[in-house]
Write a protein that binds this ligand. Structure first.
Ligand code: F6R
Length: 589
Protein backbone atom coordinates (compact mmCIF):
# COMPACT_ATOMS: atom_id res chain seq x y z
CA UNK A 1 0.00 0.00 0.00
CA UNK A 2 1.32 3.44 -0.95
CA UNK A 3 -0.23 6.88 -1.19
CA UNK A 4 -0.23 8.77 -4.49
CA UNK A 5 -1.34 12.29 -5.37
CA UNK A 6 -1.43 14.41 -8.50
CA UNK A 7 -2.23 18.14 -8.51
CA UNK A 8 -2.65 20.24 -11.65
CA UNK A 9 -3.37 23.97 -11.77
CA UNK A 10 -4.34 26.44 -14.48
CA UNK A 11 -2.33 29.23 -12.97
CA UNK A 12 1.33 29.41 -12.27
CA UNK A 13 0.49 28.44 -8.74
CA UNK A 14 3.36 29.31 -6.41
CA UNK A 15 1.90 27.22 -3.61
CA UNK A 16 1.45 23.98 -5.55
CA UNK A 17 4.43 22.33 -3.82
CA UNK A 18 2.96 23.18 -0.41
CA UNK A 19 -0.45 21.84 -1.43
CA UNK A 20 1.10 18.61 -2.75
CA UNK A 21 3.06 18.11 0.48
CA UNK A 22 -0.05 18.76 2.60
CA UNK A 23 -1.95 16.15 0.57
CA UNK A 24 0.95 13.72 1.02
CA UNK A 25 0.97 14.28 4.80
CA UNK A 26 -2.65 13.18 4.90
CA UNK A 27 -1.68 10.05 2.91
CA UNK A 28 1.20 9.10 5.18
CA UNK A 29 -0.90 6.44 6.94
CA UNK A 30 -0.63 4.45 3.67
CA UNK A 31 3.14 4.10 3.99
CA UNK A 32 6.11 5.98 5.35
CA UNK A 33 9.25 4.34 3.97
CA UNK A 34 10.12 7.06 1.47
CA UNK A 35 8.72 10.18 -0.17
CA UNK A 36 9.01 11.74 -3.59
CA UNK A 37 7.65 14.61 -5.61
CA UNK A 38 7.84 15.39 -9.35
CA UNK A 39 7.03 18.85 -10.71
CA UNK A 40 6.76 20.17 -14.22
CA UNK A 41 7.29 23.77 -15.21
CA UNK A 42 7.04 24.33 -18.97
CA UNK A 43 9.42 21.81 -20.46
CA UNK A 44 11.31 21.13 -17.21
CA UNK A 45 10.56 17.96 -15.26
CA UNK A 46 12.16 17.69 -11.85
CA UNK A 47 12.10 14.81 -9.35
CA UNK A 48 13.15 15.00 -5.69
CA UNK A 49 12.83 11.87 -3.59
CA UNK A 50 14.44 10.09 -0.64
CA UNK A 51 14.03 7.48 2.02
CA UNK A 52 12.47 8.83 5.24
CA UNK A 53 9.32 10.37 6.70
CA UNK A 54 7.60 13.22 4.87
CA UNK A 55 8.47 16.14 7.17
CA UNK A 56 12.14 15.20 7.30
CA UNK A 57 12.53 14.56 3.52
CA UNK A 58 10.59 17.71 2.60
CA UNK A 59 13.00 19.79 4.69
CA UNK A 60 16.14 17.99 3.59
CA UNK A 61 15.36 18.20 -0.13
CA UNK A 62 13.72 21.61 0.10
CA UNK A 63 10.67 20.26 -1.73
CA UNK A 64 8.61 23.36 -0.91
CA UNK A 65 10.86 25.37 -3.23
CA UNK A 66 9.80 23.29 -6.28
CA UNK A 67 7.71 25.19 -8.84
CA UNK A 68 5.36 24.28 -11.66
CA UNK A 69 1.74 23.72 -12.64
CA UNK A 70 1.78 19.93 -12.48
CA UNK A 71 2.83 17.93 -9.42
CA UNK A 72 2.97 14.25 -8.52
CA UNK A 73 3.61 12.98 -5.01
CA UNK A 74 4.17 9.57 -3.48
CA UNK A 75 4.54 8.14 -0.01
CA UNK A 76 5.82 4.58 -0.14
CA UNK A 77 5.16 1.33 1.61
CA UNK A 78 7.89 -0.81 0.10
CA UNK A 79 6.85 -4.06 -1.59
CA UNK A 80 9.53 -4.61 -4.24
CA UNK A 81 12.98 -3.31 -3.49
CA UNK A 82 14.17 -2.08 -0.12
CA UNK A 83 13.20 1.39 1.07
CA UNK A 84 16.01 3.65 -0.14
CA UNK A 85 16.45 6.85 -2.16
CA UNK A 86 16.62 5.08 -5.52
CA UNK A 87 13.56 2.89 -4.99
CA UNK A 88 11.53 5.92 -3.84
CA UNK A 89 8.91 7.08 -6.38
CA UNK A 90 8.45 8.89 -8.79
CA UNK A 91 10.24 6.66 -11.29
CA UNK A 92 11.37 7.92 -14.66
CA UNK A 93 12.25 6.56 -18.11
CA UNK A 94 15.75 6.58 -19.67
CA UNK A 95 15.49 10.23 -20.73
CA UNK A 96 13.88 11.54 -17.51
CA UNK A 97 10.93 12.80 -19.57
CA UNK A 98 8.22 10.59 -18.05
CA UNK A 99 7.57 10.40 -14.30
CA UNK A 100 5.32 7.79 -12.70
CA UNK A 101 3.91 7.14 -9.22
CA UNK A 102 2.20 3.84 -8.49
CA UNK A 103 0.31 2.09 -5.72
CA UNK A 104 0.01 -1.65 -6.23
CA UNK A 105 1.97 -4.63 -7.41
CA UNK A 106 2.97 -5.54 -10.95
CA UNK A 107 3.09 -9.31 -11.09
CA UNK A 108 4.82 -9.63 -14.48
CA UNK A 109 7.44 -6.92 -13.91
CA UNK A 110 10.42 -9.25 -14.17
CA UNK A 111 9.48 -10.42 -17.67
CA UNK A 112 8.70 -6.86 -18.75
CA UNK A 113 11.97 -5.57 -17.35
CA UNK A 114 13.95 -8.26 -19.15
CA UNK A 115 12.21 -7.41 -22.45
CA UNK A 116 12.81 -3.69 -21.97
CA UNK A 117 16.45 -4.22 -21.01
CA UNK A 118 16.97 -6.29 -24.14
CA UNK A 119 15.66 -3.29 -26.08
CA UNK A 120 18.32 -1.13 -24.42
CA UNK A 121 16.35 0.44 -21.55
CA UNK A 122 18.45 1.25 -18.49
CA UNK A 123 16.80 0.70 -15.10
CA UNK A 124 17.81 2.63 -12.01
CA UNK A 125 15.76 0.97 -9.26
CA UNK A 126 14.71 -2.51 -8.14
CA UNK A 127 11.02 -1.61 -8.16
CA UNK A 128 8.22 -3.16 -10.19
CA UNK A 129 6.92 0.36 -10.93
CA UNK A 130 9.89 1.43 -13.04
CA UNK A 131 8.72 -0.73 -15.94
CA UNK A 132 5.83 1.71 -16.49
CA UNK A 133 7.79 4.84 -17.54
CA UNK A 134 10.05 2.66 -19.70
CA UNK A 135 7.02 1.03 -21.35
CA UNK A 136 5.51 4.45 -22.10
CA UNK A 137 8.88 5.59 -23.48
CA UNK A 138 9.11 2.47 -25.65
CA UNK A 139 5.60 2.85 -27.09
CA UNK A 140 6.18 6.55 -27.77
CA UNK A 141 9.44 5.65 -29.52
CA UNK A 142 7.42 3.36 -31.78
CA UNK A 143 5.37 6.37 -32.89
CA UNK A 144 2.37 6.34 -30.57
CA UNK A 145 0.92 9.54 -29.15
CA UNK A 146 1.30 9.93 -25.37
CA UNK A 147 -2.17 8.73 -24.35
CA UNK A 148 -1.99 5.65 -26.61
CA UNK A 149 1.50 4.89 -25.27
CA UNK A 150 0.24 5.20 -21.68
CA UNK A 151 -2.74 2.91 -22.43
CA UNK A 152 -0.48 0.35 -24.12
CA UNK A 153 1.81 0.40 -21.08
CA UNK A 154 -1.15 -0.23 -18.79
CA UNK A 155 -2.38 -3.05 -21.03
CA UNK A 156 1.05 -4.67 -20.73
CA UNK A 157 1.07 -4.88 -16.95
CA UNK A 158 -0.63 -7.54 -14.84
CA UNK A 159 -1.48 -7.01 -11.20
CA UNK A 160 -3.00 -4.23 -9.18
CA UNK A 161 -2.42 -0.56 -9.76
CA UNK A 162 -3.36 3.01 -9.27
CA UNK A 163 -0.94 4.80 -11.57
CA UNK A 164 -0.27 8.46 -12.33
CA UNK A 165 2.11 9.66 -15.04
CA UNK A 166 3.30 13.00 -16.31
CA UNK A 167 5.17 13.61 -19.55
CA UNK A 168 7.56 16.49 -20.19
CA UNK A 169 5.91 19.49 -21.84
CA UNK A 170 2.31 18.20 -21.41
CA UNK A 171 -0.10 19.92 -19.04
CA UNK A 172 -1.82 16.62 -18.16
CA UNK A 173 -1.78 13.87 -15.57
CA UNK A 174 -2.44 10.42 -17.04
CA UNK A 175 -4.04 7.84 -14.77
CA UNK A 176 -5.18 4.19 -14.67
CA UNK A 177 -6.86 2.18 -11.94
CA UNK A 178 -7.31 -1.51 -11.13
CA UNK A 179 -7.83 -2.94 -7.61
CA UNK A 180 -6.25 0.04 -5.84
CA UNK A 181 -8.14 3.23 -5.01
CA UNK A 182 -7.95 6.37 -7.13
CA UNK A 183 -10.21 9.41 -6.80
CA UNK A 184 -10.38 12.65 -8.75
CA UNK A 185 -11.07 15.88 -6.88
CA UNK A 186 -12.50 18.71 -8.97
CA UNK A 187 -11.37 22.06 -7.59
CA UNK A 188 -11.46 25.66 -8.72
CA UNK A 189 -8.95 25.97 -11.59
CA UNK A 190 -7.11 23.13 -9.90
CA UNK A 191 -7.78 19.39 -10.08
CA UNK A 192 -6.53 16.56 -7.87
CA UNK A 193 -6.16 12.82 -8.25
CA UNK A 194 -5.34 10.77 -5.21
CA UNK A 195 -5.45 7.45 -3.33
CA UNK A 196 -8.11 8.84 -1.03
CA UNK A 197 -10.56 11.69 -0.62
CA UNK A 198 -9.35 13.20 2.69
CA UNK A 199 -5.97 14.02 1.18
CA UNK A 200 -7.54 16.79 -0.96
CA UNK A 201 -10.76 17.39 1.02
CA UNK A 202 -9.61 20.79 2.38
CA UNK A 203 -9.52 22.03 -1.27
CA UNK A 204 -12.60 20.41 -2.77
CA UNK A 205 -15.47 18.13 -1.83
CA UNK A 206 -16.46 17.52 -5.47
CA UNK A 207 -15.17 14.06 -6.33
CA UNK A 208 -15.22 11.35 -8.95
CA UNK A 209 -14.43 7.87 -7.68
CA UNK A 210 -12.67 5.92 -10.39
CA UNK A 211 -13.58 2.29 -10.98
CA UNK A 212 -11.50 -0.67 -12.18
CA UNK A 213 -10.58 -0.37 -15.84
CA UNK A 214 -10.76 3.44 -15.87
CA UNK A 215 -7.93 5.06 -17.78
CA UNK A 216 -7.63 8.68 -18.84
CA UNK A 217 -6.12 12.04 -17.99
CA UNK A 218 -6.87 15.24 -16.14
CA UNK A 219 -5.91 18.77 -17.05
CA UNK A 220 -6.73 21.91 -15.01
CA UNK A 221 -10.13 22.10 -16.70
CA UNK A 222 -10.82 18.72 -18.26
CA UNK A 223 -11.43 15.18 -17.02
CA UNK A 224 -11.24 12.48 -19.69
CA UNK A 225 -12.00 8.84 -18.84
CA UNK A 226 -12.28 5.69 -20.93
CA UNK A 227 -13.28 2.24 -19.78
CA UNK A 228 -12.96 -0.78 -22.10
CA UNK A 229 -12.28 1.63 -24.96
CA UNK A 230 -15.50 3.62 -24.46
CA UNK A 231 -15.61 7.25 -23.35
CA UNK A 232 -17.18 7.65 -19.89
CA UNK A 233 -19.72 10.38 -19.20
CA UNK A 234 -17.86 12.22 -16.46
CA UNK A 235 -20.80 14.35 -15.27
CA UNK A 236 -22.76 11.19 -14.33
CA UNK A 237 -20.02 10.14 -11.91
CA UNK A 238 -19.37 13.37 -9.97
CA UNK A 239 -20.41 13.37 -6.30
CA UNK A 240 -20.38 15.87 -3.47
CA UNK A 241 -18.81 14.61 -0.26
CA UNK A 242 -20.44 15.61 3.00
CA UNK A 243 -18.35 13.77 5.59
CA UNK A 244 -15.23 15.03 7.32
CA UNK A 245 -11.65 14.10 6.59
CA UNK A 246 -10.97 11.82 9.57
CA UNK A 247 -13.96 9.56 8.84
CA UNK A 248 -12.89 9.34 5.23
CA UNK A 249 -9.40 8.00 5.88
CA UNK A 250 -11.06 4.88 7.25
CA UNK A 251 -12.90 4.63 3.92
CA UNK A 252 -16.26 4.57 5.65
CA UNK A 253 -15.33 1.96 8.28
CA UNK A 254 -15.84 2.91 11.91
CA UNK A 255 -12.32 1.79 12.85
CA UNK A 256 -9.04 0.92 11.18
CA UNK A 257 -9.28 -2.57 12.68
CA UNK A 258 -12.52 -3.25 10.82
CA UNK A 259 -11.13 -1.76 7.62
CA UNK A 260 -8.00 -3.90 7.94
CA UNK A 261 -9.99 -7.10 8.54
CA UNK A 262 -11.85 -6.29 5.32
CA UNK A 263 -8.52 -5.72 3.54
CA UNK A 264 -7.42 -9.29 4.29
CA UNK A 265 -8.41 -10.77 0.89
CA UNK A 266 -6.19 -8.26 -0.88
CA UNK A 267 -3.41 -8.60 1.71
CA UNK A 268 -3.31 -12.39 1.33
CA UNK A 269 -3.36 -12.20 -2.44
CA UNK A 270 -0.52 -9.65 -2.52
CA UNK A 271 1.45 -11.79 -0.06
CA UNK A 272 1.27 -14.85 -2.30
CA UNK A 273 2.07 -12.98 -5.49
CA UNK A 274 4.95 -11.21 -3.70
CA UNK A 275 6.42 -14.55 -2.64
CA UNK A 276 6.04 -15.88 -6.17
CA UNK A 277 7.97 -12.91 -7.49
CA UNK A 278 10.62 -13.47 -4.76
CA UNK A 279 10.72 -17.20 -5.51
CA UNK A 280 14.54 -17.42 -5.38
CA UNK A 281 14.48 -16.19 -1.76
CA UNK A 282 11.69 -18.65 -0.99
CA UNK A 283 13.74 -21.51 -2.47
CA UNK A 284 16.79 -20.46 -0.44
CA UNK A 285 14.69 -20.39 2.72
CA UNK A 286 13.31 -23.86 2.01
CA UNK A 287 16.78 -25.24 1.36
CA UNK A 288 17.97 -23.90 4.72
CA UNK A 289 14.92 -25.30 6.54
CA UNK A 290 15.23 -28.71 4.90
CA UNK A 291 18.96 -29.01 5.58
CA UNK A 292 18.83 -28.06 9.25
CA UNK A 293 18.56 -30.48 12.16
CA UNK A 294 16.09 -28.30 14.05
CA UNK A 295 13.87 -25.45 12.91
CA UNK A 296 13.45 -22.90 15.69
CA UNK A 297 10.51 -20.58 15.12
CA UNK A 298 10.64 -17.40 17.18
CA UNK A 299 7.98 -14.72 17.42
CA UNK A 300 5.77 -12.86 19.89
CA UNK A 301 2.01 -12.45 20.35
CA UNK A 302 -0.03 -12.92 17.22
CA UNK A 303 3.06 -13.71 15.14
CA UNK A 304 3.83 -16.50 17.61
CA UNK A 305 0.43 -18.04 16.87
CA UNK A 306 1.22 -18.00 13.16
CA UNK A 307 4.57 -19.64 13.98
CA UNK A 308 2.92 -22.24 16.19
CA UNK A 309 0.59 -23.17 13.33
CA UNK A 310 3.57 -23.54 10.97
CA UNK A 311 5.43 -25.67 13.53
CA UNK A 312 2.45 -28.06 13.73
CA UNK A 313 2.34 -28.39 9.95
CA UNK A 314 6.08 -29.15 9.88
CA UNK A 315 5.97 -31.53 12.84
CA UNK A 316 3.33 -33.56 11.01
CA UNK A 317 5.81 -33.94 8.16
CA UNK A 318 8.48 -35.24 10.54
CA UNK A 319 10.48 -32.01 10.90
CA UNK A 320 11.94 -31.10 14.25
CA UNK A 321 10.20 -27.69 14.37
CA UNK A 322 10.19 -25.94 17.72
CA UNK A 323 8.06 -22.84 18.33
CA UNK A 324 9.67 -20.50 20.87
CA UNK A 325 8.11 -17.42 22.46
CA UNK A 326 10.72 -14.78 21.64
CA UNK A 327 11.10 -13.45 25.19
CA UNK A 328 11.87 -17.03 26.36
CA UNK A 329 14.69 -17.52 23.87
CA UNK A 330 17.31 -18.17 26.57
CA UNK A 331 15.84 -21.61 27.19
CA UNK A 332 17.17 -22.86 23.90
CA UNK A 333 20.76 -23.31 22.81
CA UNK A 334 21.17 -23.26 19.07
CA UNK A 335 24.14 -24.17 16.86
CA UNK A 336 25.23 -24.17 13.19
CA UNK A 337 22.97 -27.10 12.42
CA UNK A 338 19.83 -25.19 13.40
CA UNK A 339 17.85 -22.79 11.31
CA UNK A 340 15.82 -19.94 12.79
CA UNK A 341 12.60 -18.58 11.38
CA UNK A 342 11.78 -15.19 12.91
CA UNK A 343 8.21 -13.98 12.31
CA UNK A 344 7.31 -10.37 13.04
CA UNK A 345 4.82 -7.97 11.49
CA UNK A 346 6.78 -4.86 12.47
CA UNK A 347 10.19 -6.45 12.03
CA UNK A 348 11.34 -4.53 15.10
CA UNK A 349 10.10 -6.47 18.13
CA UNK A 350 12.82 -6.25 20.77
CA UNK A 351 12.47 -9.79 22.08
CA UNK A 352 12.77 -11.23 18.58
CA UNK A 353 15.81 -9.03 17.92
CA UNK A 354 17.49 -10.25 21.12
CA UNK A 355 16.81 -13.89 20.28
CA UNK A 356 18.17 -13.38 16.77
CA UNK A 357 21.34 -11.77 18.05
CA UNK A 358 22.04 -14.76 20.30
CA UNK A 359 21.11 -17.39 17.68
CA UNK A 360 23.17 -15.65 15.01
CA UNK A 361 26.19 -15.58 17.30
CA UNK A 362 25.74 -19.36 17.70
CA UNK A 363 26.12 -19.74 13.93
CA UNK A 364 22.49 -20.62 13.15
CA UNK A 365 21.07 -19.56 9.79
CA UNK A 366 18.36 -16.90 10.03
CA UNK A 367 15.23 -16.59 7.87
CA UNK A 368 12.79 -13.80 8.58
CA UNK A 369 9.18 -13.16 7.65
CA UNK A 370 8.24 -9.52 8.25
CA UNK A 371 5.63 -7.16 6.88
CA UNK A 372 7.96 -4.17 6.83
CA UNK A 373 10.41 -4.40 3.97
CA UNK A 374 14.04 -4.23 5.02
CA UNK A 375 13.02 -4.04 8.68
CA UNK A 376 15.62 -4.35 11.44
CA UNK A 377 14.84 -8.07 11.77
CA UNK A 378 15.03 -8.57 8.00
CA UNK A 379 18.44 -6.91 7.97
CA UNK A 380 19.72 -9.44 10.55
CA UNK A 381 18.64 -12.36 8.36
CA UNK A 382 20.32 -14.57 5.78
CA UNK A 383 17.05 -14.81 3.84
CA UNK A 384 14.35 -12.12 3.99
CA UNK A 385 10.77 -13.06 3.22
CA UNK A 386 7.85 -10.69 3.36
CA UNK A 387 4.12 -10.62 3.87
CA UNK A 388 2.67 -7.82 1.80
CA UNK A 389 -0.32 -6.81 3.87
CA UNK A 390 0.42 -3.07 3.66
CA UNK A 391 0.64 -0.87 6.74
CA UNK A 392 -1.54 -1.86 9.66
CA UNK A 393 -2.77 1.06 11.75
CA UNK A 394 -4.99 -0.78 14.25
CA UNK A 395 -2.86 -1.99 17.15
CA UNK A 396 -4.38 -5.47 17.05
CA UNK A 397 -2.81 -7.51 14.27
CA UNK A 398 -5.48 -8.73 11.83
CA UNK A 399 -4.70 -8.70 8.09
CA UNK A 400 -1.02 -9.22 8.89
CA UNK A 401 -1.80 -12.43 10.81
CA UNK A 402 -3.89 -13.76 7.91
CA UNK A 403 -1.04 -12.86 5.55
CA UNK A 404 1.52 -14.63 7.77
CA UNK A 405 -0.65 -17.76 7.67
CA UNK A 406 -0.80 -17.48 3.86
CA UNK A 407 2.97 -17.01 3.56
CA UNK A 408 3.73 -19.94 5.89
CA UNK A 409 1.26 -22.17 4.15
CA UNK A 410 2.91 -21.26 0.84
CA UNK A 411 6.30 -22.33 2.26
CA UNK A 412 4.79 -25.52 3.66
CA UNK A 413 3.22 -26.45 0.31
CA UNK A 414 6.55 -26.04 -1.43
CA UNK A 415 8.34 -28.07 1.26
CA UNK A 416 5.79 -30.84 0.78
CA UNK A 417 6.14 -30.60 -2.98
CA UNK A 418 2.43 -29.75 -3.29
CA UNK A 419 0.87 -27.47 -5.83
CA UNK A 420 0.37 -24.13 -4.06
CA UNK A 421 -2.18 -22.71 -6.52
CA UNK A 422 -5.02 -23.64 -4.16
CA UNK A 423 -3.89 -20.55 -2.20
CA UNK A 424 -5.24 -18.37 -5.01
CA UNK A 425 -8.67 -19.20 -3.60
CA UNK A 426 -7.79 -17.95 -0.09
CA UNK A 427 -9.10 -14.48 -0.87
CA UNK A 428 -12.51 -15.87 -1.91
CA UNK A 429 -12.70 -17.98 1.24
CA UNK A 430 -12.00 -14.86 3.34
CA UNK A 431 -14.60 -12.87 1.42
CA UNK A 432 -17.21 -15.57 2.03
CA UNK A 433 -16.40 -15.54 5.75
CA UNK A 434 -16.78 -11.78 5.87
CA UNK A 435 -20.38 -12.35 4.76
CA UNK A 436 -20.93 -13.80 8.26
CA UNK A 437 -20.09 -10.46 9.87
CA UNK A 438 -23.62 -10.14 11.31
CA UNK A 439 -23.39 -13.53 13.04
CA UNK A 440 -19.90 -12.75 14.37
CA UNK A 441 -21.23 -9.44 15.71
CA UNK A 442 -23.99 -11.21 17.65
CA UNK A 443 -21.48 -13.59 19.28
CA UNK A 444 -19.07 -10.72 20.01
CA UNK A 445 -21.82 -8.70 21.65
CA UNK A 446 -22.85 -11.65 23.82
CA UNK A 447 -19.24 -12.20 24.93
CA UNK A 448 -18.86 -8.52 25.78
CA UNK A 449 -21.28 -8.99 28.67
CA UNK A 450 -19.18 -11.77 30.24
CA UNK A 451 -16.10 -11.62 32.45
CA UNK A 452 -14.39 -14.83 31.33
CA UNK A 453 -14.32 -17.10 28.31
CA UNK A 454 -12.53 -20.20 27.11
CA UNK A 455 -11.36 -20.67 23.54
CA UNK A 456 -10.76 -24.36 22.78
CA UNK A 457 -9.25 -26.13 19.79
CA UNK A 458 -7.45 -29.34 18.86
CA UNK A 459 -4.60 -29.95 16.46
CA UNK A 460 -4.32 -27.23 13.85
CA UNK A 461 -7.27 -25.36 15.42
CA UNK A 462 -5.38 -24.63 18.64
CA UNK A 463 -3.24 -21.70 17.35
CA UNK A 464 -6.45 -20.09 16.08
CA UNK A 465 -8.16 -20.60 19.45
CA UNK A 466 -5.12 -18.93 21.04
CA UNK A 467 -5.32 -16.06 18.57
CA UNK A 468 -9.08 -15.66 19.19
CA UNK A 469 -8.51 -15.45 22.94
CA UNK A 470 -5.61 -13.01 22.55
CA UNK A 471 -7.67 -10.69 20.35
CA UNK A 472 -10.51 -10.67 22.91
CA UNK A 473 -8.12 -9.94 25.80
CA UNK A 474 -6.34 -7.17 23.94
CA UNK A 475 -9.26 -5.07 22.83
CA UNK A 476 -12.29 -6.17 24.91
CA UNK A 477 -10.33 -6.50 28.17
CA UNK A 478 -12.28 -9.68 28.82
CA UNK A 479 -10.35 -12.53 30.41
CA UNK A 480 -10.25 -15.15 27.65
CA UNK A 481 -8.03 -18.20 27.87
CA UNK A 482 -7.21 -20.73 25.18
CA UNK A 483 -6.60 -24.41 25.85
CA UNK A 484 -6.14 -27.57 23.90
CA UNK A 485 -9.70 -28.88 24.07
CA UNK A 486 -8.64 -32.22 25.57
CA UNK A 487 -6.52 -30.47 28.18
CA UNK A 488 -9.50 -28.42 29.36
CA UNK A 489 -10.62 -31.42 31.43
CA UNK A 490 -7.39 -31.32 33.41
CA UNK A 491 -8.22 -28.27 35.49
CA UNK A 492 -9.82 -25.44 33.49
CA UNK A 493 -13.24 -27.12 33.46
CA UNK A 494 -13.49 -26.47 37.22
CA UNK A 495 -14.37 -22.86 36.41
CA UNK A 496 -17.24 -23.79 34.13
CA UNK A 497 -20.71 -23.13 35.49
CA UNK A 498 -24.04 -22.07 34.00
CA UNK A 499 -23.62 -19.80 30.95
CA UNK A 500 -19.81 -19.73 31.12
CA UNK A 501 -18.87 -18.99 27.48
CA UNK A 502 -16.78 -21.60 25.69
CA UNK A 503 -15.83 -20.88 22.08
CA UNK A 504 -14.70 -23.87 20.01
CA UNK A 505 -12.54 -23.39 16.95
CA UNK A 506 -13.04 -26.23 14.51
CA UNK A 507 -10.91 -26.28 11.37
CA UNK A 508 -12.61 -29.49 10.28
CA UNK A 509 -10.18 -32.05 11.71
CA UNK A 510 -10.58 -34.14 14.89
CA UNK A 511 -14.28 -33.26 14.79
CA UNK A 512 -15.49 -36.31 16.76
CA UNK A 513 -13.09 -35.48 19.61
CA UNK A 514 -14.20 -31.83 19.60
CA UNK A 515 -17.85 -32.92 19.66
CA UNK A 516 -17.09 -34.90 22.82
CA UNK A 517 -15.52 -31.82 24.38
CA UNK A 518 -18.63 -29.81 23.51
CA UNK A 519 -20.78 -32.38 25.32
CA UNK A 520 -18.54 -32.16 28.40
CA UNK A 521 -18.99 -28.40 28.48
CA UNK A 522 -22.73 -28.61 27.83
CA UNK A 523 -23.06 -31.07 30.73
CA UNK A 524 -21.72 -28.26 32.96
CA UNK A 525 -24.31 -25.89 31.43
CA UNK A 526 -21.67 -23.79 29.64
CA UNK A 527 -22.86 -21.53 26.84
CA UNK A 528 -21.11 -23.12 23.86
CA UNK A 529 -20.17 -21.43 20.59
CA UNK A 530 -18.34 -22.81 17.56
CA UNK A 531 -16.67 -21.44 14.49
CA UNK A 532 -16.65 -24.53 12.36
CA UNK A 533 -15.48 -25.48 8.93
CA UNK A 534 -17.45 -28.03 6.90
CA UNK A 535 -18.77 -30.05 9.87
CA UNK A 536 -20.89 -28.91 12.81
CA UNK A 537 -20.03 -29.37 16.46
CA UNK A 538 -23.65 -28.71 17.47
CA UNK A 539 -22.93 -26.00 20.00
CA UNK A 540 -25.59 -23.57 21.27
CA UNK A 541 -24.51 -21.08 18.60
CA UNK A 542 -22.41 -22.04 15.61
CA UNK A 543 -21.08 -20.32 12.52
CA UNK A 544 -20.62 -23.00 9.88
CA UNK A 545 -18.23 -22.08 7.08
CA UNK A 546 -17.52 -24.23 4.06
CA UNK A 547 -14.33 -24.69 2.07
CA UNK A 548 -13.70 -26.95 -0.92
CA UNK A 549 -10.13 -27.59 0.12
CA UNK A 550 -9.53 -28.15 3.85
CA UNK A 551 -6.11 -26.50 3.59
CA UNK A 552 -8.03 -23.23 3.22
CA UNK A 553 -9.84 -23.63 6.58
CA UNK A 554 -7.60 -21.10 8.41
CA UNK A 555 -8.76 -18.39 5.99
CA UNK A 556 -12.39 -19.18 6.79
CA UNK A 557 -11.98 -19.08 10.57
CA UNK A 558 -9.59 -16.16 11.01
CA UNK A 559 -11.85 -13.26 9.92
CA UNK A 560 -14.58 -14.54 12.24
CA UNK A 561 -12.40 -14.67 15.36
CA UNK A 562 -11.20 -11.15 14.55
CA UNK A 563 -14.72 -9.83 13.98
CA UNK A 564 -15.99 -11.39 17.22
CA UNK A 565 -13.25 -9.58 19.15
CA UNK A 566 -13.88 -6.34 17.26
CA UNK A 567 -17.62 -6.28 17.96
CA UNK A 568 -17.22 -7.31 21.59
CA UNK A 569 -14.80 -4.40 22.12
CA UNK A 570 -17.09 -1.94 20.37
CA UNK A 571 -20.07 -3.13 22.44
CA UNK A 572 -18.06 -2.39 25.59
CA UNK A 573 -17.35 1.09 24.32
CA UNK A 574 -13.61 0.44 23.88
CA UNK A 575 -11.58 1.89 21.01
CA UNK A 576 -10.34 -1.27 19.24
CA UNK A 577 -7.72 0.72 17.33
CA UNK A 578 -5.97 1.94 20.46
CA UNK A 579 -6.28 -0.65 23.22
CA UNK A 580 -5.02 0.41 26.63
CA UNK A 581 -1.44 -0.44 27.67
CA UNK A 582 -0.48 -1.65 24.19
CA UNK A 583 1.73 -0.32 21.40
CA UNK A 584 1.85 -1.46 17.80
CA UNK A 585 5.57 -2.03 17.91
CA UNK A 586 7.16 -3.32 21.09
CA UNK A 587 10.78 -2.18 21.07
CA UNK A 588 11.45 -2.79 24.77
CA UNK A 589 12.30 -6.02 26.52
C1 F6R B 1 -1.63 -8.78 18.72
C2 F6R B 1 -0.46 -7.95 18.53
C3 F6R B 1 0.79 -8.30 19.27
C4 F6R B 1 1.92 -8.51 18.26
C5 F6R B 1 3.25 -8.75 18.95
C6 F6R B 1 4.35 -9.06 17.96
O1 F6R B 1 -2.73 -8.26 18.08
O2 F6R B 1 -0.48 -7.04 17.76
O3 F6R B 1 0.62 -9.45 20.04
O4 F6R B 1 1.56 -9.60 17.46
O5 F6R B 1 3.60 -7.62 19.69
O6 F6R B 1 4.54 -8.02 17.06
P1 F6R B 1 5.35 -8.22 15.70
O7 F6R B 1 4.59 -9.17 14.87
O8 F6R B 1 5.43 -6.85 15.12
O9 F6R B 1 6.69 -8.77 16.09
Amino acid sequence: MCGIIGVISKNDEKKLATITVQCLERLEYRGYDSVGVASMEGNELEVRKAKGRIDEVVKRLNILSMTGRVFLGHTRWATHGEPNDINAHPHTDCTNSIAVVHNGTIKNFRELREDLESLGHKFKSETDTEVIPHLVEEFKKRGMDSFSAFKSAINSIQGSYAVLAIIKGENKIYFAKKDNPLIIGLGDKMNFISSDIPSFLPYTNKVLILIDGDVGYITPDEIYIENEGKKVNVLDRIKIITWDASAASKEGYAHYMLKEIHESPRAVDDTISGLISDIEDVKNAIKILEESKRIIIIAAGTSYHAGLYFSLLLQREGFNAIPVIASEYYNIKTNQEDSILAISQSGETYDVMMALKEFKANGSKIISLTNVIDSAIARQSDVKLYTRAGPEIGVAATKTFTSQIAALQFLYSLIKGDDYTYLNKAKDVIRRSLDFEGEAKLIGEELSAKSNAYYLGRGLSLPFAMEGALKIKEITYLHAEAYAAGESKHGPIALVEKDFPVVFINLGELVGELQNNVQEMKARKAKTYAISVNERLNTDKEILLTVEDERLSPFAVTPIIQLIAYYSAVKRGNDPDKPRNLAKTVTVG
